[in-house]
Design a binder for this molecule. Structure first.
Ligand SMILES: Cc1cc2nc3c(=O)[nH]c(=O)nc-3n(C[C@H](O)[C@H](O)[C@H](O)COP(=O)(O)OP(=O)(O)OC[C@H]3O[C@@H](n4cnc5c(N)ncnc54)[C@H](O)[C@@H]3O)c2cc1C
Length: 502
């Protein structure tokens, strides 16, 4: 067996928790006074669960985690952090895939998972107000009987929070037709980075003034903590047809994607799964997926019953013309649910392989899918890594999953380098470095490949208007944010932890 050089910083087993800084005692005492003992976590075992999100290559312990239940408590906690100069990191369910909720310089994680109440359902105005820690799928559950739903449906919707969705401007399989989170949020309550509470937007369609809600959606928790969200509710489609196209080659599947859109069909979803993932899903769930296929496409069309069969038939004909072996149609609601279960739990199925993975999120023009997917495989092969693709093909939003052993420093380096090559490739073909997972820690360096220095400076200035002291989610998004790791620029608590004079 080849010798593995263990990477201490990135290994779950050996990540070292830094010594507690002096102001920690005061921080803990005051947090307990604000929320009560049960909602403050400080033990080694508890903090281990918060040392990263779903981006595994980097792990860092927070100094503490607090679980507030109200906007007022969040405001008091943020004011306390400002007084003690403690960095704080907003966190929802920790399903983020770019390291956005990881405590890179330690500090306090403010997790919203106990802020999970639906506050108002307003059916006549098609609005729902909830606390930010409410899990995505519960929004739809609350209104389904009224013929409505909350349209953005990330594959993680059974776990991720609506606050996390706002921060990442999340998409999902149905983004192609229904849009991303920003198209469905009309208002937020925000605790600003110095602790003031503001209400942005509201229930009405066209609020006056600057679109500050639009600014907060996608800010990745660097401009304050969202505590309440007003979401737009969308009528459920009258009818749905869900198809599964089975292909001998990836090229046939990706050509079908381009041709369906070029034919003027706007499917609700157009999702591709390649052979690596098909095998993992089949092993985990035994759904009858064809193990010898190179790719399958889930094609969903929805809308008025009239004309829907015809649309499904057109999509089927395009798939067959491109060489599909067969196109199956889900004939019952159960069959449809199983197809979506396979798609949405594909990442979970990969988890059963017992390895870590990094899920990339580049976007490319749809027409480039065949050549880019070929190149993604070539990159993975060059770096000696296995890759599986399961992604929102209709949006050109790739998700190459690179598998690796996070305990092996050399593999971690290879997975990061290969990921960078994939993202560069996306930019080179006219795409972008993220469709929905955000920049977080993972893609800070890649920002410079897509944006000019002037673009970055403008965005940083806007962030600075909100986050003057850099205490709110430091060390994220911008290449320059890495400076906060250096002692000279670090918040006081971080310097103290490192033994510097404060
Ligand atoms: C299996 C799996 C499938 C996924 N599928 C999709 C998909 O289809 N589409 C998609 O877009 N994403 C997907 N994701 C990524 C992830 O689920 C989303 O980014 C999600 O929105 C993160 O929500 P969260 O509550 O887990 O946030 P976290 O991971 O806790 O945090 C994410 C970011 O949001 C910030 N944040 C969290 N809550 C708040 C708040 N209340 N106020 C301010 N900032 C906050 C954090 O600081 C961090 O920067 C998937 C992830 C997994 C693991």
């Amino acid at each position: 067996m080849p010798h593995k050089k263990e990477n201490p910083r990135m290994s779950t087993t050996s990540v070292q928790r830094p010594p507690k800084p002096p102001m920690f005692v005061e921080l803990e005492r005051e947090l307990v006074a604000i929320v009560g003992r049960d909602d403050v976590l400080t033990s080694e075992a508890e903090l281990r669960a918060y040392d990263c999100d779903a981006y595994a290559p980097e792990k860092h312990y927070p100094d503490a985690v607090v679980l507030p239940k109200t906007t007022e408590q969040v405001s008091q906690i943020v004011k306390l952090c400002n007084r003690l100069q403690v960095p704080f990191i907003p966190r929802g369910a920790g399903t983020g895939l770019s390291g956005g909720a990881t405590a890179v310089v330690g500090g306090l994680i403010i997790a919203t998972t106990r802020m999970n109440r639906i506050l108002e359902v307003d059916i006549p105005n098609r609005r729902l107000t909830s606390q930010a820690g409410t899990v995505n799928v519960y929004l739809t559950k609350a209104v389904k009987a009224d013929g409505l739903h909350y349209a953005p449906d990330p594959s993680s919707q059974g776990a991720c929070t609506v606050g996390g969705n706002v921060a990442e401007n999340s998409g999902g399989p149905h983004t192609l037709k229904y849009g991303v989170t920003t198209n469905h949020i009309t208002g937020v309550t925000l605790v600003l980075p110095e602790g003031d509470i503001v209400h942005l937007g509201g229930k009405v369609e066209d609020p006056t003034g600057f679109d500050l809600v639009g600014l907060i959606v996608g800010a990745e928790g660097t401009m304050g903590i969202v505590t309440e969200v007003i979401t737009r509710l969308t009528p459920l489609p009258q009818s749905v047809r869900t198809l599964l196209g089975v292909f001998e080659t990836v090229d046939q599947a990706t050509q079908t994607v381009s041709d369906i859109i070029a034919a003027g069909i706007l499917p609700a979803a157009l999702e591709m799964v390649d052979t690596f993932i098909i095998k993992a899903v089949e092993e985990a769930f035994h759904l009858g997926f064809p193990l010898d296929a190179e790719a399958v496409l889930i094609i969903e069309v929805d809308g008025l019953e009239v004309g829907l069969d015809e649309e499904a038939e057109r999509a089927t004909a395009i798939a067959m013309k491109n060489g599909a072996r067969e196109v199956r149609s889900a004939s019952t609601e159960l069959e449809r649910a199983l197809l979506w279960k396979a798609r949405k739990q594909a990442f979970g199925a990969l988890g059963k392989l017992g390895m870590s993975m990094v899920t990339h999120d580049g976007v490319i023009p749809r027409t480039k899918l065949p050549e880019v997917l070929r190149e993604v495989r070539a990159i993975a092969t060059r770096y000696g890594l296995e890759v599986g693709n399961v992604f929102h093909a209709g949006d050109g939003n790739l998700h190459p999953n690179l598998m690796f052993d996070e305990r092996d420093a050399e593999q971690v380096k290879r997975v990061i380098d290969a990921g960078h090559e994939i993202l560069k490739l996306c930019v080179d073909v006219g795409g972008s470095i993220t469709g929905e997972h955000g920049i977080g820690l993972e893609k800070m360096e890649a920002m410079g490949w897509q944006f000019t220095e002037a673009d970055l400076a403008l965005m940083e200035q806007i962030k600075h208007v909100f986050n003057k002291n850099e205490l709110c989610n430091p060390g994220k998004i911008f290449p320059s944010a890495k400076r906060c790791w250096e002692t000279e620029h670090a918040p006081r608590m971080v310097q103290a932890a490192r033994g510097a004079a404060v």
